[in-house]
Design a binder for this molecule. Structure first.
Ligand code: DAT
Ligand code: MG
Length: 159
C-alpha cells in the first residue's frame, strides 16, 4: 500500500489565547504549508477531568489551577495531523514552551510572548501522541484519505 510509512499522528490544540487573538487560520496554515495531512479537527470545551489527564505531569505545580482555568476560558481547536515523524516535526514547528525565547519562525516564536499563553499544544513523544489523539478524538472522528500532495512532499522511499 502506498503512503504506509507516513502514518504517525500527533495532537495539536489551538489554545484559548490564540482563539481570542484570531490566530486559528495562521496556525493551521503553518502545518498545511509544511506538507502535513489534517486527519481530524473540532472545536470543543475542555473540562477539569480531561485537563487533569492531559496535564497530569504538572499536577503538583503551583500554576496548575491557573493553567486549567486558562484552558477552560474559551473553546479550543483540537487537531490531529499525520505525517512522517510528525510528532517531532510538529514540536519543532511550535517552538519551546517559553514563547518569548522560542526560535523566530516557530509558531510560538512568531506569535507569542508568554509561558502559559503560548498559543498551541503539541504532543511531545510518539507514545504521548497516541494517548493524546485517543483522548481527544474517537476513531470515527479521524479521517483516512489519500493526499495527492504526498507525491511531492515525500520522496518515493519515504512514503
Ligand atoms: P509544552 O506545552 O511546551 O509541552 P509543558 O508540557 O511542560 O510544555 O507544559 C504544558 C503547559 O503548561 C505549557 O504549554 C504552559 C504551561 N506551563 C508550563 N510551565 C509553566 C510555568 N512555569 N508557568 C506557567 N505555565 C506553565
Ligand atoms: Mg507538554
Amino acid at each position: 500500500m502506498i503512503f504506509d510509512g507516513v502514518r504517525e499522528k500527533t495532537l495539536v490544540l489551538v489554545k484559548p489565547d490564540a482563539i481570542q487573538r484570531g490566530l486559528i487560520g495562521e496556525i493551521v496554515a503553518r502545518f498545511e504549508r509544511k506538507g502535513l495531512k489534517l486527519v481530524g479537527i473540532k472545536m470543543m470545551n475542555l473540562n477539569d477531568e480531561v485537563l487533569k489527564e492531559h496535564y497530569a505531569h504538572l499536577a503538583d505545580k503551583p500554576f496548575f489551577a491557573s493553567l486549567k482555568n486558562f484552558m477552560k476560558s474559551s473553546p479550543v481547536i483540537a487537531m490531529c495531523w499525520e505525517g512522517l515523524e510528525v510528532v517531532s516535526a510538529v514540536r519543532l514547528l511550535c517552538g519551546i514552551t517559553k514563547a518569548r525565547a522560542a526560535e523566530a519562525g516557530s509558531i510560538r516564536g512568531d506569535f507569542a510572548m508568554s509561558v502559559s499563553c503560548n498559543v498551541v499544544h503539541a504532543s511531545d513523544t510518539v507514545d504521548n501522541a497516541k494517548r493524546e489523539v485517543a483522548r481527544f478524538f474517537t476513531e470515527d472522528e479521524l479521517q483516512d484519505y489519500r493526499k495527492s500532495e504526498y507525491e511531492h512532499v515525500y520522496a518515493e522511499d519515504e512514503r
